[in-house]
Design a protein around this ligand. Structure first.
Ligand SMILES: [Zn+2]
Length: 160
């Protein structure tokens, strides 16, 4: 306690920095669906990789995924489950989680459907967003440290 009081008395900037520095990285909520363009960009990238590895089921799945996103598939999260509105079967909503998917293909135990593919893709995007937020917080902290050093340097200069 006393430490922080001393610091803010010595250097008003320090108190300001402490108050505004994001102490927690921007919350990456599982409620947020990234923009369709971002989903499509990553799906296209993965399709290229799948094609290079001659992964035909992967390519087909990513093609369906991209087509559905372009068609405006409705997506939202409910407590960690991804809900996907069916394009072919209006009104039907499929729930996807790590255990699988509730669509006819998923229930039939066929090779993972494109919903699962989308689920994995969105989770990867969230992880990447979280990592980016961490880096942003780190660099903000670095800038704050640098600012304090500059202040200290200025003070020294003024005292001379
Ligand atoms: Zn499915």
């Amino acid at each position: 306690m006393g430490h922080f009081n001393d610091v803010s008395m010595d250097d008003p900037d320090e108190g300001f920095t402490l108050a505004t520095r994001p102490s927690v990285p921007l919350a990456v909520s599982d409620q947020a669906i990234p923009p369709a363009a971002d989903i499509l960009a990553l799906a296209t990238e993965r399709r290229t990789t799948a094609e290079r590895h001659d992964d035909r089921p992967g390519v087909r799945q990513l093609d369906r995924l991209r087509m559905s996103i372009v068609s405006g598939a409705r997506l939202h999260w409910v407590l960690g489950d991804l809900m996907v509105g069916s394009i072919n079967n209006p009104g039907a909503v499929y729930a996807v989680n790590r255990a699988g998917c509730s669509c006819p293909n998923g229930l039939a135990g066929k090779a993972a459907c494109w919903h699962v593919c989308l689920f994995d893709l969105l989770l990867d995007m969230q992880e990447e967003a979280a990592a980016t937020a961490d880096m942003a917080a780190d660099s903000a902290a670095e800038r704050a440290t640098m600012g304090r050093r500059l202040c200290a340097a200025r003070r020294q200069y003024q005292e001379v």
